[in-house]
Design a protein around this ligand. Sequence first.
Ligand code: LLP
Length: 433
Amino acid sequence: MFNSDNLTVNEQGRLCIGSHDTVELAKEFGTPLYVLDEDKVRQNCRGYKNAIDEYYGGKGLALYASKALCTMYTARVAAEEGLGADVVSGGEIYTLKKAGFPMEKVFFHGNNKTDDEIELAMDCGVGHIVVDNIYELDRVNQAAAKRNAVQPILFRIKPGIDAHTHDFVRTGQIDSKFGVALENGEAYEIHKYASTLKNVSVDGVHCHIGSQIFDVTPFCEAAKVMMNFVADLRDTLGLDPKILNLGGGFGIKYVEGDDPLAPVDYVKAAIETVKEVAEQRKMTLPFLVFEPGRSIVAEAGITLYTVGCVKDIVNVRTYVSVDGGMSDNPRYIMYGSKYSAVLANKANEENVKKVTIAGKCCESGDIIQENVPLPEVNVGDTLAVLATGAYNYSMASNYNRIPRPAMVAVKGSEKKVIVRRETYEDIIKNDII
Ligand code: LLP
């Protein structure tokens, strides 16, 4: 019935996440409220780890792409499950460091890392910097030289694979701001240049073709292109990059009709391709890295809201306004993303009409979803939007000076606040004059 098997309906007809009644959670912690099912997060982490162990003898690592949901708590959960992490900013590095994350298992991404961020990464002992371009290569080399160090790096490569997903999250094609392209020789040239530098060691290559992808084919194509490129680097420049990082992007179920594969399916398919090319080109098998973000946390999360008003505009539409909106979930306004929603206190009742769920921001476009089938909605009902664990809290803002919601983690019968609700004091804390 729901996107994810951790959601059920109890005897009172209320939506439950794990063993927790969401209406009670809303009462206890207030709304809007992000709820994260920690057991589900752990299960998803294990899906990747076990697949690498089983099909690749453990010669690889899944990195949690922390941009999907970066908190100290989620960082610790990922670390406990044996994952590494992908970070893209000083803020994410700082969060992980403070959480006690094993920084040697961190890969630092981004198309325009600042000098300060590069220094911070080195101060914190980030294992690998994924270098995006030649300017950054020089900066990383200089920063390492100042410390008399050799910084392990990978290069971000555009493999020329066009993943069929939303334009804003397609990154494998030549027209992308990320990385260096293969087809115009840029990727080859940067490796050639790097081999002359003393303070970087090129440990591997990286690509990430996009996000919310349901098909294994583009991943396999990317793996093939990347493996052949590694073999070419060996044959032409005598280089031996040992790490092949294939990025993330594995799709999840937001609505009926989304048909995602299990982590093991992506991992297994990529591994088969890697092994095939390794055999053809007589290569040793690389250390394989995957970077799932959304597929670790999205389905583990829901957002609870309270309905504040219902406007039935005859022959037009029904607006159901909730106490959050684009400030806690900007994905509909940004990408037209689809979501499923449930009236948590009437989870067994029949749907009677399609409504538009609107937020409270001073913006007509502040919509969470349109055409959502729901039972009769009344003021005071608790509305749950499903699969909001990824790219909701991490993309939330204080637009209209709305404080960000709290986040509660549930695990078995336990529940705890892992991110406290922002206060109005938090809102003004940087206004110094
Ligand atoms: N690795 C790299 C280098 C990435 O850029 C990303 C996502 C990932 C891994 C993780 O991808 P995932 O497994 O989560 O699909 N804000 C957008 C998604 C942006 C994804 C950015 N990069 C959204 O809300 O759909």
